[in-house]
Ligand binder design. Structure first.
Ligand SMILES: [Zn+2]
Length: 205
């Protein structure tokens, strides 16, 4: 999605079933259509809209999607300020976005559990890239959505407001690398990887 190449994820149970949408960063109409045609075309019920964090490239269509499907926006408490600064974030990168004002409807914290079609999604606080960044761990599916905490062989930038390199490294080591080795890391940018691979190949870790 968008000029930042952000990964929006739709996790679904199959045609006619349910889905969650992680990081709806659609900026163009064609990107919005891509998501809604998938959801509507498969007759899916959107159960949750989850934000790993509220940077514009991850969250700019969150309110739009929320209104379309009548589903609350869920994110970490410390993202509130960043969410309200969405237009300023867009300006900073020279982007013209048509984004509805974003506020967080359901505040998530470490240890919260989100029920989705028999899968219990665990909320992990992984700050550092932004102050309230979350990761979403799905143990039954063996996947974790990490947003901009950790990427294949890289980590998120820490020079944006509220970022901290040391906090980010601690987050990754304590929350992500402690997951089972085979866990698939589904990051906010780039290809998927695994906990095992990042332990060995990630030069920042
Ligand atoms: Zn970000």
């Amino acid at each position: 999605m968008n000029p930042f190449g952000m990964n929006c994820y739709v996790m679904w149970t199959g045609p006619g079933g349910q889905c969650i949408i992680v990081d709806p960063g659609m900026m163009s109409q064609s990107e919005k259509d891509m998501i809604t045609s998938f959801v509507d075309g498969n007759n899916l019920t959107v159960k949750h809209i989850l934000l790993t964090h509220c940077h514009v490239d991850h969250a700019c269509a969150a309110r739009w999607l929320s209104m379309r499907y009548g589903v609350p926006v869920q994110a970490g408490a410390k993202e509130d300020m960043i969410a309200t600064l969405m237009p300023a974030q867009a300006d900073r990168f020279g982007l013209k976005i048509d984004s509805e004002p974003l506020s967080i409807d359901i505040v998530l914290a470490q240890g919260d559990e989100i029920d989705f079609a028999g899968e219990t999604i665990q909320v992990l606080e992984t700050p550092g890239h932004s102050p309230g960044s979350l990761s979403f761990y799905c143990p039954s599916s063996s996947v974790v959505f990490t947003g901009d905490a950790v990427f294949q062989s890289s980590i998120g930038r820490t020079d944006l407001p509220g970022g901290s390199y040391n906090v980010l490294i601690n987050s990754i080591k304590e929350q992500i690398l402690t997951l089972p080795a085979e866990t698939v890391i589904a990051p906010g940018h780039g290809d998927t990887t695994t906990v095992a691979d990042e332990k060995v190949y990630n030069p920042y870790l």
